[in-house]
Design a protein around this ligand. Structure first.
Ligand code: CP
Length: 323
């Protein structure tokens, strides 16, 4: 297991991740993917440690994936369910975190609809000298580091599953299409893809892809085709209507006509182009159903499968004694 480039207690953002850190995550995840292909899929790495999933916002993939990853590492796992918790009686988020700390939690995985909540909890726990690692499992429209890392792992594993390296992405064109404005996945992917040398293009209507994003490095397009021409990878993003408080596009039908990904539209990409989607997907809106289900092009299932190995790697690395 390669762990030399690891000195983090928390994983809150990818903004300051280095290339050696990306390679450490990729290589550690590749080792755990091998573990997951064995008859006995469990290792004792986190035996005796407690991993607590604090999901204040709904999730299917991320929450279950972290639970399975922690169990595969032999940790004890606590899953917090907000609807049946003491939040309903007025308990604060921080007191909730402190409650789980008092039960012996070593690692906290936190999702919240407000940007900054995992960071705030990590800071508060550090002030208490808790020695607990906090992982941001998605905070508002800010970041979703583990999703971007599993996307990176899925892409970089395509040609060399046993030895994926971040350098694979150098010079590759990646188009991210859809609701960039509300997307934490897009922001985390921007940091990782750019740091690994990819040429990143964003596409969507101007209301969902503000020109300001150019300041972060990618090219911005308000039409689909220029982003897709010659692309090696295309990432489809869902319209996050639950985060929209204005009418940002005429209708779902109009949106699909202009920005929906179809097999025909991918014809201008590089031959062998692969499609990523973090899920959940709105079929027939950001992507056609037949394209999403086409295993020759779509990596969506592989992303979910790889998510367990990548999250095992992240929990393992965070659980290492401080160097
Ligand atoms: N990709 C993702 O974060 O999915 P969930 O909301 O289901 O966790």
């Amino acid at each position: 297991m390669v762990t030399s480039a690891w000195h983090r207690r928390h994983i809150l953002s990818l903004q300051d991740f280095t290339l050696p850190e990306y390679n450490t995550v990729l290589q550690t995840a590749a080792s755990f993917r091998q573990v997951l292909s064995r008859g006995t899929k469990r290792v004792p790495s986190l035996q005796g440690q407690v991993v607590t999933n604090l999901f204040f916002e709904s999730s299917t993939r991320t929450r279950s994936s972290f639970e399975l990853a922690a169990k595969r590492l032999s940790a004890d796992v606590l899953n917090f369910a907000p609807a049946s918790s003491s939040l309903a009686k007025g308990e604060t988020i921080l007191d909730t975190a402190k409650t789980y700390l008092a039960m012996g939690t070593n690692l906290m995985v936190i999702r919240h609809r407000q940007a900054g909540v995992p960071q705030a909890i990590a800071t508060a726990l550090d002030h208490l000298g808790a020695g607990v690692g906090v992982l941001n499992a998605g905070d508002g429209a800010h970041e979703h580091p583990s999703q971007a890392l599993l996307d990176l792992f899925t892409i970089c594993s395509l040609t060399d599953p046993e030895g994926p390296t971040a350098e694979f992405l150098r010079g590759k064109k990646v188009a991210i299409v859809g609701d960039i404005l509300h997307s934490r996945v897009a922001r985390s992917n921007l940091w990782s893809l750019t740091a690994c040398g990819a040429e990143v293009h964003l596409a969507g209507p101007p209301t969902l892809v503000p020109a300001l994003f150019r300041n972060l490095g990618p090219q911005v397009h308000w039409q689909l085709e220029p982003a897709l021409v010659g692309a090696d990878f295309v990432m489809a993003l869902r319209l996050q209507q639950e985060r929209m408080d204005a009418n940002l596009f005429p209708s779902l039908r109009e949106y699909h006509l202009n920005f929906g990904l179809t097999r025909e539209r991918l014809g201008v990409c590089r031959p062998g182009v692969r499609l990523l989607h973090p899920g959940p997907a709105n079929r027939g809106v950001e992507v056609s159903s037949d394209l999403l289900d086409d295993p020759q092009t779509s990596l969506m299932s592989q992303q979910v499968t790889n998510g367990v190995a990548v999250r095992m790697a992240l929990l393992y690395l965070m659980g290492l004694p401080p160097s």
